[in-house]
Design a binder for this molecule. Sequence first.
Ligand code: ADE
Length: 235
Amino acid sequence: MTFHVITLFPGIIRGALQDSILKKAQDKGLIQVEVYNLRDFAQGKHRTTDDYPYGGGGGMVLKPEPLFAAVHHIWERTSDKPKVIYLTPEGTLLSQALAKDLAQQKSLILICGRYEGIDERVRLHLVDQEISIGDYVLTGGELAALVLIDVTSRLIPGVVGNEDSVKRESFYDNLLDYPHYTRPREFKGMKVPEVLLSGDHKKIEQWRKQQALQRTLERRPDLIKDKDKNMKEEG
Ligand code: ADE
């Protein structure tokens, strides 16, 4: 899968992809991240990418021309006309389910905003989907784009070594994850639950399910409500 990222700060994106699992995924050719500096698509001596908002008020707005030019540049060089996603706190909240949908795409264009945002005409005529990573305001869309790349990439087969762990972790089946333990059996007087040492796989499975359910009820009862709703909708 290819992520085309349009940003004023390519270093933020590149820097975060130089280590660990996403670096390996790139080396293996499972994902590709192409970074485009918005300034390269701006016109004039100063290559201005932002301007004052019409109607006044504080802050600056990213101009439409460089964003249109950057997206068309990518479309002209790709065969599949990737969908355009704009990262903004006003978008649909990113979830594991949304990440699963995104992981089906061959490629995506991610627009990172800065300042007060981007000219509305870009949103109306270029953007297919607006996505938020949470109800808070970041200094720009770059960290949000990285979060989207991360959650989506790890759903691509081969990116995470252990496929089983992707299936079992938090949000799988709308439940939070169960507790994990490793050696030693006892640490500073704290013991690993007996059941995990029993070797009885059925019992372990039951304990994990019960723990996941209890944790979800205590911490995120909204997830259980969503699950009920989804099940009713699916009939
Ligand atoms: N840009 C600024 N804040 C953001 C957020 N919460 N999600 C996505 N993009 C953003």
